[in-house]
Design a protein around this ligand. Structure first.
Ligand SMILES: Cc1ncc(COP(=O)(O)O)c(C=O)c1O
Length: 376
């Protein structure tokens, strides 16, 4: 391939490593000529969306000849109500990914830097580099850390801030590690960040965390004017394919995010499905219960197999194979099981597996034993 146009792209884009998504089932089946494969690679909710969301999509479908309500009035109002905030605090995004990018576009330039932890979500380096800004990657806790191996280290994150820093990204819990900060430590970290640094607190997996670890978002926003909280309908609400997420922030920051947002960044189907999902607390509770049961099953099975893994508060587990994980990943693919190698996160010994349905979890554990026998 010629690199003529690459040389014309901005320096940030030239250095950018594209995001590597989980392998789609269709691609694997096409390549290997197999059927009946399962994907545990992208931290989706394996139990599917709320029936209320499906019904809302069906009801909305005949009107897709019209543009959506760009600001998402009804959904924003409902989200604001649920969080106890004015609706001017809500910004809708094409997935929460969109919000991460809006924050970078709004606050970063080649003269600025962003801080995030080593081993944190792969989209942070992408949006920072695309804006031409510098990344300051704070060392994570060591693998030998007593409670949170490879987790965010608040002191290291604070000392990575310098005069040029405009944004800090914090994923809680973090992907791909699953690790988290206790609310007091998280609060202490954000309070210690200078007011000129916008803190993007990414709560994509918030609903999966134990209740005691979840924060009072509205209360924090009132006290911390430089805070943006991002949330998504892709995980617990099981709407990943529709692409919808949102930010909560001060009205002033929301106004800034809305200036860089595409006018119609969320579709009418996505808005309708998200709104309906918010009315189905039972779906959320059932998804949490099933995720916790799946997590217990997988952890027990991994313990029995003598395999190490990182602590997790999310819907996935990072398993430490203590050897190059790529051959095991490939051997799992041949058995129709797609997980996620995380060498691109500088974690080449780990495989990240999404917690699936009971049947998927059992199939993964059986396939893992076979794959390790073959590959290691
Ligand atoms: C930590 C984290 N943040 C944000 C996202 C983006 O999700 P979405 O754009 O689907 O809301 C993900 C997706 O995997 C994630 O793991």
């Amino acid at each position: 391939m010629s690199d003529y146009f690459l040389k014309l792209a901005t320096p940030g884009v030239q250095r950018l490593n594209p995001y590597q998504p989980g392998k789609p089932v269709e691609a694997l089946e096409r390549e290997l000529g197999i059927t009946d494969s399962i994907k545990l690679a992208s931290n989706e909710n394996p139990h599917g969306p709320s029936p209320l969301a499906l019904q809302a999509i069906a009801e909305q479908a005949p009107s897709i000849n019209y543009y959506p309500d760009g600001g998402g009035y009804k959904l924003s109002r409902r989200l604001a109500e649920l969080h106890g905030l004015p609706s001017e605090c809500v910004t809708l995004g094409n997935g929460s990914n969109d919000i991460l990018e809006l924050a970078a576009r709004a606050f970063l330039t080649p003269q600025h830097s962003a801080v995030y932890s080593q081993f944190s979500f792969a989209v942070y380096p992408i949006v920072v580099q695309a804006a031409g800004a510098q990344a300051r990657v704070a060392p994570a806790c060591p693998r030998t850390h007593a409670t949170m191996p490879l987790g965010h280290d608040p002191d290291a994150m604070l000392s990575s801030i310098d005069d040029d820093t405009r944004v800090m990204f914090i994923a809680n819990p973090n992907n791909p590690t699953g690790t988290w900060l206790q609310p007091e430590a998280l609060r202490g970290l954000i309070e210690a960040v200078p007011g000129s640094v916008v803190v993007v607190l990414d709560l994509a997996y918030n609903e999966y965390m134990d209740a005691a670890l979840r924060i009072d978002i509205a209360g924090w926003l009132q006290r911390l004017p430089n805070l943006i909280v991002t949330c998504t309908f892709s995980k617990i609400y099981a709407l990943a394919g529709l692409r919808i997420g949102y930010a909560l922030s001060s009205p002033e920051i929301a106004d800034i995010l809305n200036r860089v947002r595409q006018p119609f960044n969320t579709s009418s189907l996505a808005q309708a499905a998200a709104l309906a999902s918010l009315g189905d607390a039972q779906h959320v509770d059932a998804s949490v219960t099933r995720n916790n049961a799946g997590k217990r099953y997988l952890m027990q099975a991994l313990d029995q197999a003598g395999l190490d893994y990182l602590p997790t508060m999310a819907n996935f587990i990072a398993i430490d194979l203590k050897a190059d994980a790529q051959p095991v990943y490939d051997a799992l693919l041949r058995r129709g099981v797609i997980v996620r190698p995380v060498a691109n996160y500088a974690m080449p010994h780990y495989l990240r597996v999404t917690i699936g349905t009971d049947a998927q979890n059992r199939r993964f554990i059986a396939a893992l034993a076979d794959a390790m026998g073959e590959a290691l």
